[in-house]
Ligand binder design. Structure first.
Ligand SMILES: O=C(O)CCC(=O)C(=O)O
Ligand SMILES: [Fe+2]
Length: 358
């Protein structure tokens, strides 16, 4: 089958590729192309780099370099392999979704340009307040289904900038002429930057599913991890579909069936479900859908040595239905701590001197 772009995917007469969301000026992304892979573009030093900005961002996030964006546009017909060989399991596994030709540059770009957090929070465990230090870097963008960001009047890809205490409006999705009540959100939601929104749009086309949140994890080494959990919170609605991408180092992704309710027996015993282990490599995407989240747990366990220490980015796309989802995601993925940025010389995440003004 010939490759189709997002544009042609939705129209009956295939047109020449016009990259959705990319600047019509051919020279705008050359600065980034030189930094993240392509060396031989035309010089365009006087043209500013295109970015997404918003008062909640610690710094503007550049659009994707053109060579990455153009490849991504071609992915709308990517085909995954179904995995439904265990009870209650429904996975669509793309090996890869993002081709190797751009996976490395996309990884380097996102690691360098996004802002990250190392979130701590307290929970009550056995009646005692316990501090949990999230064992990975996180960041999040998006807004639940009940609201919309007010785009900039002149450019649908940017948002009014200015003083964070005077945030631009978030609008009621049911009546976009109306800003939301001041107390609708305690957190300060952040729009999905264009560089991640292109991935969101392409994934929507491939998976026939809508997403309004983009969560990003950075596992700096094999000591970073995520413990067994399921993403089946009530604010995602029943049987939520979650698209989960890997960039950078290969890591094991483990899945196990939840123990049958009220029986107190070992996992898998009554369902005959076997544990699942996927070795996720750069560019892979796993779509978890149907009964998977209510019935299965997943994790990225700690690992000693090997390529894990080169760093891995995970991106998940999800759809939150109500404001409780927005509050939850910002609390656990941004929190109220300091912002980190990748230091290209030290080759590690460092505390940024730029204070978050959100
Ligand atoms: O890093 C991964 O592959 C999994 C991340 C995950 O499960 C999550 O963020 O909920
Ligand atoms: Fe998860």
């Amino acid at each position: 089958m010939s490759k189709r772009t997002l544009d042609t995917f939705f129209s009956s007469t295939p047109k020449k590729a016009r990259v959705v969301g990319l600047s019509p000026l051919p020279s705008l992304e050359t600065t980034n192309d030189r930094k993240y892979g392509i060396e031989n573009e035309v010089e365009a030093t006087s043209v500013p780099m295109k970015t997404t900005n918003h008062p909640t961002y610690p710094w503007p996030i550049p659009h994707l370099p053109r060579h990455i964006a153009e490849e991504m546009e071609l992915l709308v017909t990517a085909q995954g392999t179904e995995m439904r060989d265990q009870p209650d399991l429904d996975l669509l596994y793309f090996q890869p979704f993002i081709p190797k030709s751009i996976a490395r540059d996309l990884f380097e770009f996102l690691r360098s340009e996004l802002f990250f957090y190392r979130v701590s929070y307290t929970i009550k465990r056995f009646g005692k307040e316990t501090v949990i230090n999230t064992p990975r870097f996180t960041t999040v963008f998006g807004l639940d289904e009940t609201s919309l960001f007010q785009p900039d009047k002149h450019d649908a890809n940017s948002f009014p900038t200015g003083n964070a205490s005077k945030l631009p409006s978030i609008l009621e999705a049911s009546d976009p002429s109306r800003p939301v009540r001041r107390d609708k959100y305690k957190c300060k939601p952040r729009p999905i930057p264009e560089c991640l929104d292109l991935l969101r749009r392409v994934t929507e086309a491939c998976t026939d599913t809508k997403y309004n949140f983009c969560l990003v994890n950075y596992y700096a080494s094999g000591s970073d991890s995520i413990s067994y959990h399921s993403d089946d919170e009530y604010f995602l609605g029943p049987n939520p579909a979650i698209a989960s991408f890997t960039l950078g180092a290969r890591r094991d992704f483990l899945m196990r069936h939840k123990p049958p309710k009220d029986k107190g027996s070992e996992p898998g015993v009554e369902t005959n479900a076997k544990d699942v282990k996927l070795s996720l490599s750069s560019g892979d995407m796993v779509l978890m859908r149907g009964p998977t989240q209510p019935n299965w747990l997943h994790s990225i366990p700690k690992r000693k040595g090997g390529e894990a220490d080169n760093g891995r980015i995970n991106i998940t796309l999800r759809r939150a239905m109500i404001p409780a989802g927005t509050e939850n995601y910002y609390r656990y993925n941004v929190g109220d701590g300091s912002v980190y940025r990748w230091d290209t010389v030290r080759r590690e995440m460092v505390l940024s001197t730029k204070a978050t003004d959100s």
